[in-house]
Write a protein that binds this ligand. Structure first.
Ligand code: IMP
Length: 195
């Protein structure tokens, strides 16, 4: 069995990662204490590297980071790496986007979530990196109560619902986080558990 520290203080990410993980030989534990390294990278991956290395420095063991966010095509990729600080509260972040897209027709409201994950060892060396995405559209109002963050405005055409209207089991099958974590888990299982 391998224990991996999750380099995040976001309880929603932790919950989703634990639900997506079905390997009994991989256990995640959340990082202890305040964890707020300065995310000054220019890409999701650069920020994921900053977080994983910072966690390894403190915890001296395997660490996995998740840097993620919403990219809206008509806003040239915004909020992107600024997703967490686009406005003071989550409802204000959603309102800001709905206002920015007020007169934009559905076909031009395409967007995706990206999740970048980086795994580091006890010395902060990068062992593996994965990226996952989910594609959809920005709805014209917030709908649903599941998930977190921008889920209420992210419309998934295949299900005709926002992510926040989908059961968590579905989100955890199709999300950007699932699409990054599944290959990461396979890599961990094959390279760290079978030795
Ligand atoms: P991070 O902690 O810098 O990776 O910021 C991620 C931000 O992107 C979060 O605070 C959310 O606003 C948004 N985000 C990331 N993943 C999701 C998701 O699965 N659903 C909705 N919003 C998300």
């Amino acid at each position: 069995m391998i224990k991996i520290i999750l380099a995040t203080s976001n309880p929603h990410k932790l919950e989703e990662i634990n639900k997506i993980n079905t390997y009994s030989d991989i256990k995640f534990e959340v990082i202890k204490g305040e964890f707020n390294p300065e995310e000054n990278g220019n890409t999701f991956e650069e920020n994921a590297i900053i977080k994983a290395k910072a966690a390894s420095k403190v915890m001296k063991t395997y660490c996995l980071s998740d840097d993620s966010g919403l990219c809206i095509d008509v806003l040239e990729g915004l909020p992107g790496i600024h997703s967490n600080r686009y406005a003071p509260t989550q409802s204000e972040k959603i309102e800001k986007i709905l206002t920015e897209l007020k007169n934009v027709p559905y076909e031009n409201r395409s967007a995706h979530f990206t999740c970048s994950m980086v795994l580091t060892d006890a010395n902060g060396n990068i062992l593996n990196r994965e990226e996952g995405r989910i594609y959809g559209y920005i709805d014209d109002s917030a709908k649903g109560i599941n998930g977190f963050g921008y889920d209420p405005i992210f419309f998934v055409p295949e299900y005709n619902k926002t992510i926040a209207e989908l059961p968590e089991e579905i989100k955890n099958k199709i999300s950007h986080r699932a699409n990054a974590l599944k290959p990461m888990l396979e890599w961990i299982h094959n390279n760290l558990c079978l030795i």
